[in-house]
Design a protein around this ligand. Structure first.
Ligand code: AMP
Length: 505
């Protein structure tokens, strides 16, 4: 039934062998568990609805819906029907959605019913269907009856399974093309490395429009035959409530700082847990040590990105070293390159390059961008600056690409600057990330105003309808002039240094 579809054959292996095994704890009718078999039954119905809507192999399915198990079934159903899953952040505005739809030309767009009127004119030639958080909507209505089988459309290792957009520093978002084998190989590696088994219960509180929640958490749980506590969003109460029944948590550093703020986080509360994983942004060594002091667990930090899936991880058995992202995963080659194009001497800073079955197929319809970042011999230039110590631990020290990561979400300064600069009365702006205990980094805009009456509140109010919430500056500060180097480039480092203590408490 699933054998000829490379990724689905692997993800559904457990559903085929042990269909009654639990997948989502407490998520079935009357609070029973939803089984692996039931999840794939749901996925087959989604595949049936998409095929009936005219989806052809290789077609993109753009999806902007709330996190739900139905949305997970839609991901699996899309791949099962031979489609390419294209998830969009639920915070994206209509203007942002219009860009992705125009660029990726999906044949189906799925949105929340509440936004159907807004999205319909943006969908172009695509068929618009809806899906709400409770599993209702026109897509749900179009599904065949429960139990209707769907034979997975044959797809090979190199066929595309997903396109995930990652904003570029130039302001234009790039669609990272991920193949069936990219996703399957990385998840298989992680299951082994992090020792996931059928006995695991993973707390799944990450969004499913991003590589971390969609691929790392979901695919690992499916491949291992594990189960999940599937939470719609991060919520301290819900996580503390789930921990006595759970064994693992995957989170961004903000999860850990927020949990540490709650006195109910104790050794007893985490006694059933075997593994806490952090990634998507750097975890402060102080968070790592506070976590260990309070719970007795050492957080396992790993490093990856949309284009490459996961690249490195601290060891499961060996020392999990705070402030580092560990070693290259099995099957992943990693090197740290200097500006002269040669690997830097051990201990010196260079840019990480990676190669392996995890590395993406290039940027959707951007051959020039692809050629700039993905070398012909398979090495991908990540843009992350790092060092390697004498024992091989990798430490990320900065981002050549200047991106800000706030609460686990990537914010590209260029994109925010362009919107600010277009406001009346603004001459120019520089957007930076500054340290923030809760968000990791906070977005801050430094603005040169022509109109002296402009104020912070007015700027934020003008930005709100144009930018997703997580991209909005937490502070807008005014300055008579931006610091620049002799080449005329704004010196962001000087600004970051100047405002480093803005959120210090
Ligand atoms: P994304 O494509 O959204 O997953 O963002 C990828 C970027 O997040 C990487 O290129 C890194 O800059 C950053 N990143 C991910 N994990 C870590 C980590 N553990 N420590 C530091 N930066 C990280």
């Amino acid at each position: 039934m699933f054998d000829d579809n490379y990724l689905i054959a692997r993800l559904a292996r457990h559903a085929s062998r042990a269909p009654d095994a639990p997948f989502a704890r407490g998520a079935g009718a009357g609070g029973t568990d939803l089984s692996h078999g039931a999840l794939f039954d749901g996925a087959q119905r989604m595949a049936g609805a998409l095929a009936a809507a005219g989806l052809q192999p290789g077609d993109r399915v753009a999806v902007q819906v709330e996190k739900s198990l139905a949305a997970l079934e839609l991901y699996l159903g899309t791949v099962m029907a031979g489609g390419v899953f294209l998830p969009l952040n639920t915070g994206y505005t209509g203007v942002e959605v219009a860009y992705f739809v125009g660029d990726a030309t999906p044949s189906v767009v799925v949105c929340d019913p509440a936004r159907a009127d807004e999205i319909a004119p943006l969908a172009g030639a695509a068929r618009l269907l809806t899906l709400d958080a409770a599993g209702g909507g026109t897509l749900a209505d179009a599904r065949p009856a429960p139990g209707t089988p769907f034979t997975a459309v044959p797809r090979g290792a190199d066929d595309l399974a997903a396109i995930l957009y990652t904003s570029g520093t130039t302001g234009r978002s790039k669609g990272a093309m991920l193949s069936h084998a990219n996703l399957a190989s990385n998840s298989e590696t992680l299951v082994d490395y992090w020792r996931f088994t059928q006995g695991d219960v993973l707390i799944h509180a990450l969004p499913i429009f991003h590589t971390h929640g969609l691929f790392v958490a979901t695919n690992v749980a499916l491949l291992a035959g594990a189960s999940v506590v599937f939470l719609p969003r991060f919520d301290v109460d819900a996580i503390l409530d789930a921990m006595p029944r759970a064994t693992a948590l995957m989170g961004v550093p903000t999860f850990y700082t927020r949990l540490l703020d709650d006195p109910r986080l104790t050794r007893e509360a985490t006694a059933n847990m075997r593994l806490f994983i952090s990634g998507s942004a750097p975890m402060l060594p102080s968070t790592h040590s506070e976590w260990e002091a309070r719970t007795g667990h050492r957080v396992l930090e790993r490093y990856g990105m949309t284009e490459t899936n996961m690249n490195t991880s601290n060891p499961y058995d060996g020392e999990r070293r705070p402030g580092t992202v560990g070693f290259a995963l099995p099957g992943v080659e990693l090197r740290i390159m200097g500006e002269d194009g040669a690997p830097v001497p051990q201990g010196e800073i260079g840019v990480i390059e990676v190669r392996g079955p995890n590395v993406f197929q290039g940027y959707w319809q951007m051959p020039d961008k692809t050629a700039e970042e993905l070398r012909a011999d398979g090495w991908f230039i990540t843009g992350d600056q790092a060092t390697e110590d004498e024992e091989g631990y990798i430490t990320i020290v900065g981002r050549a690409k200047d991106m800000v990561i706030s609460g686990g979400f990537n914010v590209y300064p260029r994109e925010v600057e362009e919107v600010i600069d277009a406001l009346p009365g603004v001459r120019e702006s520089a957007v930076i990330g500054v340290p923030h205990r809760d968000f990791g980094e906070a977005v801050v805009a430094v603005i040169v105003a022509e109109d002296a009456s402009l104020n912070e509140a007015a700027i934020i109010a003008a930005l709100r309808p144009q930018l997703a919430r997580y991209k909005l500056p937490k502070r807008c500060l005014f300055t008579p002039e931006l610091p620049r180097n002799t080449m005329g480039k704004v010196q962001k480092k000087a600004l970051r240094d100047e405002y480093a203590a803005l959120f210090a408490t």
